[in-house]
Design a binder for this molecule. Structure first.
Ligand code: SF4
Length: 244
């Protein structure tokens, strides 16, 4: 587990490793870049899970029980380096991950996927404790069906990560959605984001009574670009568990 620099969580927990690209949002995948960096350290204790190629998707049982050992209530982003609903992961292992999250009821777990088809089918077979928030990534209007898949799950808190936002999303169906995160792409060749796209999403959230979190503009210097929209920050959370 590691402290996270992501603005909307506290720590990352990666009980699986590896992933493959599924849509345009994956083009400059942060997990792939980090995995390649860490691969060279595969022989070092604590980094063994990065030994294989990024495309080799595996359960990582050594990290499965880490949240149970931590007694301080913590908000975890689950699988910052992978996708829990990846087709190569056995359903039995996803069930094991959910079992840990259910036992560790003093923590909050934020699970995010682009594999909405599997979420829709296997999500029916999972037990959804209140401390598991489920989200889908939607980078453009080609993937609005992921939101419909999310709605079929039993997650009490459902959220959208609209990052990297690659186009306008003027017709979001926010029924049953509790939280929306928006962010622009960062890195060496970021695809552009427009303020009017972001503010339109903010207004849709306001109209629907959905918490809105603006993470970043991104760009080649994301620190300099900052995260102000309309001259202020938007840090709304779906329930009162704002990361310290
Ligand atoms: S689904 Fe996520 S982790 Fe997997 S390749 Fe795409 S961006 Fe990377």
């Amino acid at each position: 587990m590691a402290e996270s620099s992501i603005e909307w969580t506290q720590q990352t927990w990666n009980p699986t490793v590896g992933c493959t690209k599924i849509s345009q949002g994956c083009k400059f995948c942060y997990a792939e870049i980090m995995h390649k960096r860490l691969q060279g350290m595969g022989k070092v204790t604590g980094f063994e899970k990065y030994k294989a190629d990024f495309k080799t998707v595996l359960p990582y049982r050594d990290h499965l029980d880490l949240p149970l050992k931590r007694k301080t209530p913590t908000t975890y982003f689950v699988n910052s380096m992978s996708d829990l609903f990846h087709e190569d992961l056995p359903l039995a292992y996803i069930v094991d991950v959910f079992r840990v999250m259910t036992f560790a009821r003093w923590h909050t777990f934020q699970v995010l996927t682009k594999r909405a088809d599997r979420l829709k089918t296997d999500g029916q077979l999972l037990f959804w404790p209140d401390n598991v928030w489920m989200g889908v990534s939607v980078e453009s209007d080609k993937h609005l069906d992921r939101i419909d898949a999310l709605r079929t799950t039993g997650a009490k808190i459902k959220f959208l990560s609209l990052e990297p936002l690659l186009g306008p999303l003027p017709n979001l169906n926010l029924a049953g959605i509790d939280w929306v995160i928006v962010g622009g792409e960062s890195g060496l060749k970021p695809r552009p984001i427009r303020p009017e796209w972001v503010d339109d999403i903010r207004q849709q959230c306001e109209a629907a009574g959905v918490a809105f979190f603006f993470k970043q503009w991104g760009g080649t210097n994301k620190k300099a670009a900052g995260r102000l929209l309309n001259g202020r920050t938007y840090d709304e959370m779906p329930v009162n568990t704002v990361p310290a």
